[in-house]
Ligand binder design. Structure first.
Ligand SMILES: *Cc1c(COP(=O)(O)O)cnc(C)c1O
Length: 427
C-alpha cells in the first residue's frame, strides 16, 4: 500500500491523518511514513521500504522493536487476561524495581501516559504546599495538560505560532498560574521565586531538555534550581519522562547530584506500552487518594500487560546495561557528522547527551529556547529529507531529539554516517 493512499484514508477519519501532531510532516514536507512492522533498529513501512529508526517511539523502545523477550512476556501476560481493574502482582514488581533504583523515592503510582504523570505531580505539589503557582522553563514539554501548554516545546513548538499559550482552548485563568523562565538560567528562577513569595507550589524542569532538541543543563544549573525552590518553600519536580532509564539505570537528576521532591517517568520505563509513573518520598505520595486528599485514578492504570513488558525491559537493562555502548555510538555520530558538515560547509552541528542527539541546523548548538529558535528549520527539513531518501528516519522536526537503542549496531551507525555525508554533499 502506498503511503499516499493510506495517508489519504487516515486524513479522512483522523484529524491531520495522525493521532499525535508530532508525527505529522508539516515541518519537513511530504507524506508521513506509516509502519507495517519493526524489528530491532529497523522499520518496515507499508510500502515495503526499510528504514533505520532514530525515533524509537520517541525513545521508548530502548531494546529495539519486537524484542523476543519482551514479546514473550507480553504474550504470557495477555494470556492471563489483559485488564481487571483490580491489583495484580506486576504493578508491585514494577514499583519495587523503580523504587530500588531511585534513592529519593519511596513510593510510585503508575499511570497511562507522561501527560498524566505530570498532571498528577502538579496537583500533588499544589495539594501538599497549599499554593497555586507553577514555574516551568521555556521550551520544556511536560505533556498536553492545560497549565503546562504554556511556552511548551516539542509539537507545539513545531506547529504553534509562538504564542505564550501554545494551544487554543486553555483558559487565561489556568495559564496565568504558570510562570515561565528560560532554561539554563538559574538567576531567572531565583527572580521568579522572589517575585511571588510564598505562592509557588513547584518548579518543574526536564533535567536534560529534550523537547526543544537536545539541550543539556549547564554544570550546576539543576542544583541551583533545587536550592532556589527549597529556599522558597516550593517543591522541585524533575520531569524525567524521557530521561529516566534512558542514560543510566535510574534518573538523571541523581547523576546530576540533585534531589527532586517529585519525579515523573515514562517512555523507557513503560516498556513500549501506555505506562508512566510518578514517585516521591512517602509523606508526599501518601497525600494521594485513597490515603490523602489529592485525587487521581485510572481504569487501566498498572495494566498487567504493560507492567509485564516494563518489568522485562528494566530487568534486561539491569542485567546487561547497554548505556556505555549506546553513548559511544552517539559520540561517533556527533563527531563524524560535525566533521563532515564542517568539511562540506553545511551549517549544521549535532548536539548530543549520552544516548540522545539532535542535528541542529546552526553552527553554535543551543543552550535554551531562544538560541534553539535561531536554527534554520528549512535547512533541517532538507537534511531530514536527504536522510529519509537514504534510508534513515530522523525526527520530523528540528525541535526533537533522536534516539539510539541497544539494538542499533555499529553497521547501523556506519549507515547513518554515510547517509549524512552523502546528504551534506548534495546540500
Ligand atoms: C513525552 C513527554 C511527556 C508526555 O508524555 P506522553 O506519554 O506523551 O503523554 C511529558 N514530559 C516529557 C519530558 C516528555 O518528553
Amino acid at each position: 500500500m502506498t503511503l499516499e493512499s493510506l495517508f489519504a484514508r487516515a486524513s479522512a477519519v483522523i484529524p491531520g491523518g495522525v493521532n499525535s501532531p508530532v508525527r505529522a510532516f508539516n515541518a519537513v514536507g511530504g507524506t508521513p511514513i506509516c509502519v507495517a512492522s519493526g524489528k530491532g533498529s529497523h522499520l518496515t513501512l507499508t510500502d515495503g521500504r526499510e528504514l533505520l529508526d532514530c525515533c524509537c517511539s520517541w525513545g521508548a523502545m530502548i531494546l529495539g522493536h519486537a524484542d523476543p523477550g519482551v514479546t514473550e512476556a507480553v504474550a504470557r501476560a495477555a494470556a492471563r487476561g489483559t485488564t481487571f481493574g483490580i491489583g495484580t502482582p506486576g504493578e508491585v514488581e514494577l514499583a519495587e524495581r523503580l523504587v530500588a533504583r531511585i534513592p529519593f523515592v519511596d513510593k510510585i503510582r503508575l499511570v497511562n501516559s507522561g501527560t498524566e504523570a505530570v498532571m498528577t505531580a502538579i496537583r500533588l505539589a499544589r495539594g501538599v504546599t497549599g499554593r497555586d503557582l507553577i514555574i516551568k522553563c521555556e521550551g520544556c514539554y511536560h505533556g498536553h495538560s492545560d497549565g503546562l501548554l504554556v511556552s511548551a516545546g516539542s509539537g507545539v513548538l513545531t506547529s504553534g505560532d509562538g504564542a505564550q499559550v501554545a494551544s487554543a482552548g486553555i483558559p487565561q485563568a489556568v495559564a496565568q498560574d504558570t510562570l515561565v523562565i528560560p532554561y539554563n538560567d538559574a538567576e531567572a528562577a531565583r527572580r521568579a521565586f522572589a517575585a511571588h513569595p510564598g505562592r509557588v507550589a513547584a518548579l518543574i524542569v526536564e533535567p536534560v531538555a529534550g523537547n526543544m532538541g537536545c539541550v543539556p543543563p549547564r554544570p550546576g544549573y539543576l542544583k541551583a534550581l533545587e536550592e532556589a525552590a527549597h529556599a522558597a518553600g516550593a517543591l522541585l519536580i524533575c520531569d524525567e519522562v524521557i530521561n529516566a532509564w534512558r542514560f543510566r539505570l535510574g534518573l538523571w537528576s541523581e547523576a546530576a547530584g540533585v534531589t527532586p521532591d517529585i519525579v515523573t517517568m515514562g517512555k523507557v520505563i513503560g516498556g513500549g506500552f501506555p505506562l508512566a509513573a510518578l514517585g516521591a518520598r512517602a509523606e508526599i505520595m501518601d497525600a494521594l487518594a485513597p490515603t490523602g486528599r489529592v485525587y487521581q485514578a485510572g481504569t487501566l492504570s498498572g495494566n498487567p500487560v504493560a507492567t509485564a513488558a516494563a518489568v522485562e525491559v528494566l530487568d534486561r537493562l539491569a542485567a546487561d546495561p547497554p548505556y556505555p555502548a549506546m553513548a559511544a555510538k552517539v559520540r561517533r555520530v556527533a563527531e563524524r557528522l560535525n566533521a563532515a558538515a564542517e568539511r562540506h560547509g553545511v551549517p549544521l552541528r549535532v548536539q548530543a547527551h549520552e544516548t540522545i542527539f539532535t542535528p541542529f541546523a546552526a553552527v553554535t548548538p543551543p543552550t535554551d529556547l531562544a538560541t534553539a529558535q535561531r536554527c534554520d528549520t528549512a535547512l533541517y527539513a532538507r537534511f531530514f529529507q536527504g536522510m529519509l531518501a537514504r534510508g534513515v528516519y530522523l525526527e520530523p522536526s528540528q525541535y526533537e531529539v533522536c534516539f539510539v537503542s541497544a539494538a542499533h549496531t555499529e553497521a547501523d551507525i556506519d549507515h547513518l554516517i554515510q547517509a549524512a555525508e552523502a546528504t551534506f554533499a548534495a546540500l
